[in-house]
Design a protein around this ligand. Structure first.
Ligand code: SPV
Ligand code: MG
Length: 286
């Protein structure tokens, strides 16, 4: 059975014009994203928490997020980009996070400038942010802690989410770039991409920019590329599709009292065997 090591996220970004990244919370979802053609998988804190029916609010531990990310990475031939929230505490927690994720074969992490414990970006109105200098220190600590040159640290600002405007997002991202970040993620929950476009125009490509177009879904990948985006994360559409699909399926079975109506639409058992790589495993046992 081929257990070819996955390429690093840095090398994927260098070879693809733009990296399309899909959110997942387990190996099965991650492999389906790979099958569709995505260049990387986002180990989403929102998805990993939701899979445990828990809020995305720093409730799960760093160890639990690492376990989820490494289950995904083990099943993939593409890299995981691990959403590491705030780095799970202060600067030393960030350093420990980098070492643990890097040792597990994860080649890219993202840390964000919210306070620990964090709350998901779409909850409520405001968000309290760490001071720019303090978060820049987290970024430089992360870069000091990595042991390979390949490891990739994305610095995420929540300035737009917190309602602080594009100038604040720019000032923060420049400070994070000065601190050694490999890319910046500018998150927005506005219904349009206007603020993100303003950011991109002023940023002038200093470092790769990552976007998460959850609330502004009408941004075609070609237009995002033309606007200067390097990485697009479709953070939670897979989870939301899973919820709709399971809900409909279970309701149908319960209401109909049999499963005939579903048989043509749900995946076959053979399809699941293929995802489990059953024949590869059987060859090992031949
Ligand atoms: C995630 O998917 O966990 C993210 C993106 O961080 S968001 O949910 O929009 O904060
Ligand atoms: Mg998250």
């Amino acid at each position: 059975m081929s257990r070819k090591k996955h390429p690093s996220f840095r090398s994927v970004l260098a070879t693809e014009g733009i990296a399309r990244v899909a959110g997942a919370h387990d190996a099965l979802g991650a492999v389906l994203a790979q099958e569709a053609g995505f260049q990387a998988v986002w180990s989403s804190s929102f998805e990993v928490s939701a899979a445990r029916c828990l809020p995305d609010a720093s409730i799960l531990t760093a160890t639990e997020y690492l376990e989820a990310a490494s289950h995904m990475q083990k099943a993939l031939q593409i890299p995981v980009v691990a959403d590491c929230d705030t780095g799970y505490g202060g600067n030393m927690n960030v350093a420990h996070t980098v070492r643990e994720f890097e040792d597990a074969g994860i080649t890219a992490i993202c840390i964000e400038d919210k306070l620990f414990p964090k709350m998901n970006s779409f909850v409520g109105e405001g968000q309290d942010l760490l001071d720019t200098e303090q978060f820049a220190k987290k970024v430089s600590t992360a870069k000091n802690a990595q042991s390979t040159d390949d490891f990739f640290v994305i610095a995420r600002t929540e300035a737009l989410i917190a309602g602080l405007g594009v100038d604040e997002a720019l000032a923060r991202c420049h400070a994070y770039a000065d601190a050694g970040a490999d890319a910046v993620l500018v998150h927005s929950k506005q219904k349009t991409k206007g603020q993100v476009l303003d950011f991109l125009a002023a940023w002038q490509g200093r470092l790769p920019v990552v976007v998460v177009p959850t609330t502004y879904p009408d941004w075609h990948i070609d237009d995002a590329t033309a606007a200067g985006v390097s990485v697009v994360i479709y953070a939670n559409q897979g989870l939301r599709a899973t919820v709709s699909s399971l809900r409909d399926t279970f309701r149908s079975i319960y209401l109909n009292g049999e499963t005939t109506a579903l048989e043509d639409t749900i995946a076959s058992v053979g399809d699941i065997f293929a995802l489990q790589r059953l024949t590869d495993w059987q060859k090992l046992d031949a």
